[in-house]
Design a protein around this ligand. Sequence first.
Ligand code: ZN
Length: 382
Amino acid sequence: MTSQTLLDYFKERSAAALDLARRFVEMESPTADKNHVDAFGAYVAEEFRALGTEIEVISQTTAGNHLCFNLVPPAAATETGPILILGHLDTVWRFGEITKRPFRIEGGRAYGPGLFDMKMSLALLHMIQQALRDGRLRPRRAIRVLITSDEEEGSLTSRALIEKEAADCHFVLVLEPPLPDYRVKTMRKGVGRFHIAVKGRSAHAGIDHEKGVNAIEELSHQIITLQSLTDYGRGITINVGVVSGGTVPNVVPAEAEAVVDVRVSALTDGEEIAKRIFGLKPAHTGAMLTITGGMNRPPLVRTPAIVHLYEKARDLAQEIGLSLGEGATGGGSDGCFTAALGIPTLDGLGVDGRGAHALDEHIVVADIPYKATLLARLIETL
Ligand SMILES: [Zn+2]
């Protein structure tokens, strides 16, 4: 089918897809809330099962369950090496957010917590499944889909699964939200999280000041050192984002702690920064540092293979008059894991919109059939 015919086909199905996304948004799924994530996951699975796809539910004990299925089974492929499509069930929004900000459509935009990131994308995938079932697409490769439950909190239980599923894949397509102005993400920073706990010695601030070791003072030295590791030129940022310590003003504090966010553009920078953080030494004798954490997502590096993949997508988008740009972001995604394995990964293929993780989160309704067509054409062409 030509891109234009596909676009017309998807235009007719956009309203139904948006309604499916509305139902998805109305079933809230905060990452840490296993019961609700699982209920939502079961609902999503049912929607895909209804069109005849077998869904594997990968049970987790603490995190929500992950979903895995073949949109196009290996037996139906003419080309070896599947395409992996990545999505996630969870959102950053606490349970009850939907009552404060119900789903609504206004001025060509649809609003709702978790719609842009990324419940609309799950509905987009459902459009693709429908098109496949209607015989509208001729994919060459097997299409495997993995929808995880804990992306918004660092993919702690899904990382190994993502890496395993991606291992034999030729390409990975990530349904995360795009950048503004119709740009996919060809570069992402790597992300790390560290926790610095300081142990000092408490003492009466009036009577025994000299006998105390002030944990807050010690932490202050460490904060200055940490912040100074920032190097904008190399795309390295260190943010001491949370600090706490002490009990009351007249006691020398025995404890203080900080939580640190690290972003890097190169894998080796992440390793170097982690080494420096773990190598921090107390400035005061008598103080003790306990450092935990690490880099949890490698950067998505803009390799020639990723540029090539982007250019293919750009050309396909051109066929329906969509000018698809590319860009970089400081935020991580599951695409970081697959790109780090050397598998060409195209991220940010969701529907146009703004405000991921923000109160004005919305999608642009008119973009739905365009992104469905782009995804469909990628599946046919890659
Ligand atoms: Zn996301």
